[in-house]
Design a protein around this ligand. Structure first.
Ligand code: ADP
Length: 379
């Protein structure tokens, strides 16, 4: 497999660029704008939205295998072309139970993986008694197309819930789940090969603000039993879906040490960006290895620990933030990745910095993160 079609041309596809060169793989990207980050590393592009299945058929004609950097695709339309000898990795059936958050929760529960209590909202349904069982606050989530906290609402009481639902024409587009008063949020990146071998990256701690990932510490400061439990969850899930490629799994760790799965990303994930600089094989190389049918690489850290900090937009601007980036690059053992987006908007992921550390100390990692953020956001 030498020519890989990638649906989506954002930073996740862009970060496959170096690995593709190393492996001698050509990337052909389906993306709606010539300004998208991955256009610069693509051998060729198909200029179309990610949910345009006709464009994906054109992409297939140019490639040996098709993979995803963005899962907001039209699965029904794609399934019509999957039969025409087009090879999707992961296969479409591995995405089917995941794209709707309610279906995803049901799939995980049926696998007996631990998830928060949840239920789907039916149109016009009176949910008072179901809500009473959970107790406020609850979390209201759009079933589809949520990302970076868009479509996730923490709801303090019944009046606010009603208000939020009134804004939507159709309440059956939502699910409700218990608010998990987590102590930490964790994540794991796992990859599965064509032969069915699964490898996992070190479990990381992710820190979100306003539901958007701000920082990732690798490895997470958790017990070996907790790490083993999370690795087992990854194995169960990837084997059950017969995934080929990389998946990201987000989890909650409660104060009593209980692990709950929050969300599955059927692709490379922000919580694995540290692997570009801190691991023997990055998640992006691993994904290409898997979808090209190559043996998987070693996911281990080659340093004691690492901290990754997202550089989020904080204004609407077309600045390239050159001087801030230069200051960040001066931090010892820092690697700055800049996605070359033409426009900055509040909350938009513009780049990230990973700093390698020679010790495992959560406080010290947080101090490095604060330094990065004071350079980036100012005080
Ligand atoms: P998205 O798909 O937008 O990333 P998530 O479901 O991952 O949405 O939620 C984003 C963030 O919102 C999580 O990282 C977490 O901080 C918070 N969150 C989501 N669900 C819950 C929950 N049930 N209890 C507490 N916090 C939650």
């Amino acid at each position: 497999m030498k020519r890989v079609g990638v649906i989506g041309g954002g930073q996740l596809a862009w970060m496959m660029g170096d690995a593709a060169k190393k492996l001698g793989v050509e990337l052909i990207v389906q993306t709606p704008s010539k300004n998208d980050p991955a256009v610069s590393i693509a051998q060729d592009i198909v200029l179309a939205n990610v949910d345009d299945a006709i464009a994906t058929a054109a992409l297939a004609a140019k490639t040996d295998v098709i993979t995803f950097e963005n899962e907001f695709v039209n699965l029904d339309a794609l399934s019509l072309i999957e039969h025409q000898d087009i090879c999707f990795r992961p296969r479409l059936a591995a995405l089917t139970p995941l794209l709707d958050k309610y279906h995803q929760r049901c799939y995980l529960r049926d696998l007996r993986l631990p998830v928060p209590q949840f239920f789907a909202l039916e149109q016009q349904e009176d949910i008072t008694s179901k809500i009473e069982k959970l107790g406020f606050p609850v979390v209201l989530k759009s079933r589809r197309h949520g990302y970076d906290g868009q479509g996730t609402f923490i709801i303090p009481d019944l009046a606010s819930l009603q208000q939020q639902l009134d804004l939507s024409l159709n309440q059956s587009l939502f699910l409700i789940e218990e608010f998990v008063p987590f102590e930490r949020e964790l994540a794991i990146i796992a990859a599965r090969s064509v032969e069915g071998k699964v490898v996992t990256y070190p479990v990381v701690e992710t820190q979100q603000e306003q539901q958007v990932c701000r920082r990732v510490i690798a490895p997470a400061d958790i017990t070996p039993n907790q790490a083993a439990e999370i690795e087992a969850i990854a194995h169960t899930l990837l084997n059950s879906l017969q995934v080929v490629g990389v998946f990201g799994i987000e989890l909650f760790l409660t104060a009593t040490g209980k692990v709950l799965v929050n969300e599955i990303a059927p692709r490379t994930h922000n919580s694995g960006h540290f692997s570009l600089d801190a691991c023997e094989t990055s998640q992006f190389e691993q994904h290409l290895r898997a979808v090209c049918g190559l043996p998987l690489g070693n996911p281990a850290l080659h340093c004691a620990s690492a901290i990754m900090v997202n550089l989020l937009g904080y204004e609407t601007s077309s600045s390239d933030y050159h001087s801030q980036r230069q200051k960040l690059a001066e931090i010892p053992q820092a690697f700055v990745h800049w996605y070359n987006k033409t426009e900055s908007r509040p909350g938009r992921k513009l780049g990230h910095v990973t700093v390698l550390l020679d010790h495992q100390n959560r406080e010290a990692a947080n101090t490095v993160a604060q330094n990065i953020e004071s350079i980036w956001y100012g005080n």
